[in-house]
Design a protein around this ligand. Structure first.
Ligand code: FE2
Length: 260
């Protein structure tokens, strides 16, 4: 099982006076074209949120116009800049994202590893959060299949990213702790896939691994990268290893040779 993850595309209406708006669209188009040419195509695409810059319907339409002809399902988590209702309206059909009680929390079944999208959005805020309602929905989903290896994907990491200037992006350490305690109680969880930090990071948590995918477009990416990757869109590939029951993650530039 091979997953391609992109994050923080921040797509908005193209404006010739704001070159980064064009760059972001170009980066997403280039990613779609790249995946179409990969020797081994991913089974699915995960987008870990901040799909749009302003949560507007027209921004999701722009994304849809680039991805709707893809024959690979695309699944979305909700970023702080996204608006759930508009995201579902515009992009829900690309993979099957759906809202439960107003939150974007849903499972993806039918692959060797089950995936669950978790909504970490704190309304009207840039930082992440959770609440007892969301944790209960997550726990109910996990209890449906306690023996299936499962990965969660979400926008805000519920852990510190020490390389960032703003390393902790949850509004309250006790909520992040509640989240992580839930993760530790469910041994089938093998990985947390996150975004939001605009930089690459990975960490071993108490019972599973976690990773952060950098922004796709170079214009809003943070962190250090190989010299000839600096101007290229970047995404992550996660390959499931059934022997180790872990994902092996690596960073991939758009425009490279692909995966053999
Ligand atoms: Fe974000």
């Amino acid at each position: 099982m091979l997953i391609a993850q992109i994050s923080d595309t921040h797509i908005t209406k193209p404006d010739p006076d704001e070159p980064h708006t064009l760059e972001r669209i170009t980066a997403l188009k280039a990613f779609v074209a790249h995946v179409g040419k990969m020797d081994e195509r991913p089974d699915l695409i995960l987008h870990s949120g901040d799909v749009s810059q302003g949560g507007k319907a027209e921004e999701y339409e722009t994304v849809k116009s680039m991805m709707e002809d893809f024959d690979i399902p695309v699944f979305f988590a909700l970023g702080n800049r996204d608006l759930g209702a508009n995201l579902i309206e515009g992009l829900g059909d690309l993979g099957g994202a759906k809202l439960v009680g107003g939150f974007l929390i849903y499972s993806i079944d039918g692959f060797p590893v089950r995936l669950i999208a978790m909504d970490t959005q704190k309304r009207k805020s840039n930082i992440g959060t959770t609440c007892s309602f969301r944790l209960r929905i997550l726990e109910e989903l996990l209890e449906e299949q306690p023996d299936s290896p499962t990965a969660l994907f979400m926008h805000h990491p519920p852990f510190e990213v020490p390389t960032s200037k703003y390393p902790f992006q949850f509004d309250d350490p006790s909520l992040a702790d509640a989240f992580l305690r839930l993760v530790a109680r469910h041994e089938q969880i093998v990985h947390l896939f996150c975004g939001h930090m605009h930089r690459q990071f990975s960490v071993e948590l108490e019972t599973c691994n976690a990773s952060v995918t950098p922004s796709l477009s170079p214009d809003n990416r943070l962190g250090e990268y190989e010299a000839d990757w600096k101007e290229r869109p970047l995404f992550q590939l996660h390959r499931w290893n059934p022997d180790t029951q872990r994902f092996e993650t690596h960073l991939s530039p758009v425009g490279g040779k692909g995966v053999t």
